[in-house]
Design a protein around this ligand. Structure first.
Ligand code: OXD
Ligand code: MN
Length: 580
């Protein structure tokens, strides 16, 4: 027995009996262990070496072409009552789900090694952290979990002290989409994932644990598990404001998390704490405090360049796993937008000849967070960081202004619940279709959205010093299809306005949808932006917004009795103001 925790030892034994592995390996997270795993994966072809001079300890993994993104239609939340999972989730009865998975897992590890991966989401010393154990037959998953979480001996120690852990069972299986399921059993704090090796489906600490299971736990324990990046924004006077921002997958959370201020903003600095997930708690001081439960980035590669995200580019030169990127003649990783080098092999390892994407649009890098030049060790602070501003945002070509602020906490919850965004390659399915994505949690909330909004509203009473809540849209286009706002580093100008609002330094004008900056309120010094474009970016099209809010009303209605009455009231008030 490799652990003093009886429940863990028994579960590992049970899983071994079911899956019949050739051997069992308990992961300690050491460098030696990682080196031998990498050796084995180089032998088996799971990994290929990249140019080791330019990219020491960097490797390339190419997935099965049919297994390159999250599969929302195959992801289930199994609660005893269907209403508790809500219309926002696919639901299956827990006993049916377990029986189905039992059939898939039976004997699936024959001839293979079963890895037992203890991990901690959040700093090992933090009372806000939670542990899990992932059992997997994929060494690629182990290597990724080592970068993405605090994995190994320290986590196992903590599990033995706490006695509590989330059980995650994963097998790559046959990679047959007909035999692929990502199942969550919140009552049992259990995840079972079969038939995919892709990050969001297979690295169970991330979406499955830190969002779906954690959101469920957070509801009963009085905190929030959110799809939010987390940064400290330092102004020239040295003051740091912490900002948590929820955008849907592949909408720029990673870029915002590593933002480098523009030339015009000397003395400003953005400190990176996380790029994807925040766990938020009410502090004794009545403020909202956040930790990043992750220890690494699993970021979208395409579009990452010296212009868009120099910090990301700098951190990817060593100890990085690249998944489904292309390669150059000198065996460096390559993706669309990276550089003017030419790819010679595409994401399937084929000679690159055609004009289509050489890297998969959802190709990724996995890297430890402390490799980022803008990393701050506040990411290790056991109590987290105090949040000044929550930012919601989506990818919207039309209608939605560059930035607006909600009027109070309740209105902020409505703004979050009203979010919508154009879909991206992070999940299988059509790209570019506007879909409702409340709080950027549509694929990740482990329970009924109606109950989730009620839970969000309940923080209005608990937070005596609540953060301000904003909404942004970096993606507005003009009639010829060009982006109207430059984005990337220039987004600091919008963060600056938010911080000035937090400090009470700048006015905003009230509209039915929220509070907006006037043209003179955003610092656009040194920016080549036509006044008419700026005016369009910060104006409210009442007719368009009425249609939008009517669509929101329909959506809120889909959750029936579970939709909080106060949210519906607030929605009606906004609609009435728009009509007036
Ligand atoms: C991610 C996602 O991988 O949201 O972070 O898909
Ligand atoms: Mn994400």
């Amino acid at each position: 027995m490799a652990t003093r925790n009886q429940a863990l030892a028994q579960w590992v034994e049970q899983v071994a009996q079911l899956t019949q592995p050739q051997r069992i390996h308990w992961c300690d997270g050491s460098d030696d262990e990682n080196e031998s795993l990498v050796e084995a994966m180089l032998d088996s072809g799971d990994l290929a070496e990249l140019n080791q001079e330019a990219y020491p300890n960097c490797y390339l993994h190419l997935s099965d072409p049919g297994d390159v993104a999250r599969v929302e239609h195959l992801t289930f939340v199994c609660t005893p009552r269907e209403e508790d999972a809500g219309p926002n989730n696919n639901w299956m009865d827990p006993s049916e789900g377990k029986a189905k998975m039992q059939g898939l897992f039976a004997g699936c590890m024959q001839g293979r090694t079963m890895y037992v991966v203890p991990y901690c989401m959040g700093p090992l010393e933090s009372p806000l952290s939670r542990c899990g154990v992932e059992i997997t037959d994929s060494p690629y998953v182990v290597a990724n979990m080592r970068l993405m979480t605090r994995m190994g001996a320290g986590a196992l120690d903590r599990i033995e002290q706490d006695g509590m852990f989330v059980k995650g069972l994963h097998s790559t299986g046959e990679l047959d989409p007909e035999r692929r399921f990502i199942m969550h059993f919140p009552d049992d704090l259990m995840i079972q994932s079969y038939g995919s090796g892709y990050g969001g489906n297979a690295l169970l600490g991330k979406k499955c644990h830190a969002l779906r299971i954690a959101s469920w736990q957070a509801r009963s324990e009085g905190w929030l598990a959110e799809h939010m990046m987390l940064v400290g924004v330092e102004s020239p006077d040295g003051e740091v404001h912490y900002v948590a921002a929820a955008f849907p997958s592949a909408c720029g959370k990673t870029n915002l998390a590593m933002l480098i201020p523009p030339e015009s903003h000397k003395g400003w600095k953005v400190w990176t704490i996380g790029d994807d997930i925040s766990w938020l708690h009410v502090g004794n001081d009545g403020r909202l405090w956040a930790i990043n439960p992750e220890a690494g980035f699993f970021g979208v590669a395409p579009g990452t360049s010296a212009e868009t995200n120099p910090n990301a580019l700098a951190m990817l030169h060593h100890d990085t796993i690249f998944t489904n990127v292309a390669t150059t003649a000198d065996n460096k990783p390559w993706w669309e937008g990276k550089s003017d080098e030419t790819p010679v092999r595409d994401w399937q390892g084929r000679e690159y000849t055609n004009g289509g994407p050489a890297a998969h649009p959802n190709s990724r890098f996995t890297v430890a967070i402390n490799q980022c030049p803008s990393y701050t060790d506040k990411a290790e602070a056991p109590q987290g960081v105090p949040i000044s501003a929550i930012v919601f945002g989506g990818r919207r070509e039309r209608l939605v202004p560059l930035v607006f602020e909600s009027k109070d906490w309740e209105h902020g919850v409505l703004v979050g619940a009203s979010m919508a965004s154009e879909t991206t390659a992070a999940a299988t399915g059509a790209v570019g279709v506007v879909r409702r994505d409340p709080m950027a949690m549509k694929p990740f909330c482990g329970y009924n959205f109606g109950d989730y909004w009620q839970h969000w509203l309940s923080f209005g009473d608990k937070l005596t010093r609540p953060p301000r809540v904003f909404h942004v849209n970096w993606f507005r286009k003009d009639s010829s299809g060009r982006f109207m706002w430059p984005g990337f580093g220039e987004n600091l100008r919008v963060l600056q306005w938010m911080i000035r609002r937090c400090k009470g330094e700048v006015e905003a004008h009230e509209t039915p949808i929220g509070l907006l900056p006037g043209a003179g309120d955003l610092d656009i010094s040194g920016l080549d932006l036509e006044p008419a474009t700026l005016a369009a970016l910060i104006s409210v099209d009442s007719v368009g917004w009425r249609e939008e809010m009517e669509a929101v009303g329909k959506y809120l209605g889909e959750f029936g009795e579970r939709t909080p009455a106060s949210l519906l009231d607030r929605h009606r008030r906004v609609l009435a103001e728009l009509a007036a």
